[in-house]
Design a protein around this ligand. Structure first.
Ligand code: G
Ligand code: G
Ligand code: MN
Ligand code: NA
Length: 246
């Protein structure tokens, strides 16, 4: 079987599932939400990560169907099991944002799955926004009006972030794990300064901040003392099936 026909078969046989990585409020250690990350339960090769198949799924055009399946499963799972105050995020690529009906499709999905719109956050990267900033901005704005939030993912790794952050309807911003990783290194003064600047900017714009890739207690303590409100990472919880958390 070619990888492409394997992917088609996997879609038919429901072999994709979201793993949930918990997002914590740093102040009190409560789980406030989850990032849904795709996994492929391959019948022979076991659990596969995006790295193993997303590229081929993109090249074959199957990624959109796979993603929509994953989005819907994630929303349904949280609606059925999660406490009402917890949210779910998923990664939305440039491909999705090119469709003018992306927002209406999301809202229909929320209706089908019974998840309140306020409990969904789309994660978009700076790169995906560059494609067509005006149409993406108005799409995210329509979603915002309907209650769906957006988070700017991998923040700090892209380029023109500062110039348009204020014009985008972001509820959250995710500090890329590269910055978090530097925080407890010797001579980390510069990365501490960068993180402090990101926090100040986000808070001035009324945007909440999630730190990604927290792996050590020292990183956690530094972020908490700097006023970062949320975080995720291997120190706190790895991506796992929802049953692990709910
Ligand atoms: O655990 P991790 O290996 O899950 O994810 C690696 C990369 O794959 C991340 O950059 C993430 O954004 C991407 N990714 C995770 N889940 C999905 C998904 O459902 N769809 C797409 N297109 N990419 C995803
Ligand atoms: O691109 P995005 O930020 O969506 O990707 C999330 C990726 O980060 C996933 O592959 C997830 O498994 C991974 N991840 C989550 N927590 C940690 C962590 O503490 N350290 C590292 N190195 N990766 C992490
Ligand atoms: Mn992400
Ligand atoms: Na990220």
């Amino acid at each position: 079987l070619t990888m492409e026909s394997e992917l088609r078969k996997a879609l038919r046989q429901n072999e994709f599932e979201p793993h949930f990585q918990p997002i914590f409020r740093l102040g009190d250690g409560q789980i406030v939400g989850y990032e849904a990350l795709i996994r492929w339960n391959h019948p022979q090769r076991g659990l596969l990560k995006p790295h193993d198949f997303v590229r081929i799924a993109e090249d074959s055009g199957l990624i959109e169907a796979i993603d929509w399946r994953l989005f819907e499963m994630s929303c349904r799972m949280l609606a059925q099991k999660g406490p009402a105050e917890q949210f779910v995020t998923f990664n939305v690529s440039a491909l999705h944002l090119r469709h003018a009906d992306f927002d209406t499709r999301i809202l229909k999905m929320l209706e089908r799955t019974g998840l309140a719109s306020s409990r969904l956050i789309t994660e978009v990267t700076e790169g995906a926004l560059l494609d067509n900033p005006e149409s993406v901005r108005s799409m995210l704005d329509r979603l915002r009006v309907a209650g769906v939030g957006a988070a700017l993912d991998d923040f700090g790794t892209g380029y023109s972030s500062l110039s348009y952050l204020h014009s985008l309807p972001m509820r959250m911003l995710k500090i890329d794990r590269a910055f978090v990783h530097e925080l407890d290194k010797v001579g980390s003064k510069n990365s501490t300064t960068v993180v402090a600047a990101i926090l100040a900017l986000a808070h001035a714009l009324n945007i909440q901040v999630i730190a990604e890739g927290i792996e050590t207690q020292a990183q956690f303590d530094t972020l908490l003392s700097m006023g970062c409100e949320m975080g995720q990472g291997y120190l706190l919880g790895r991506p796992a099936p929802i049953d692990e958390w709910l």
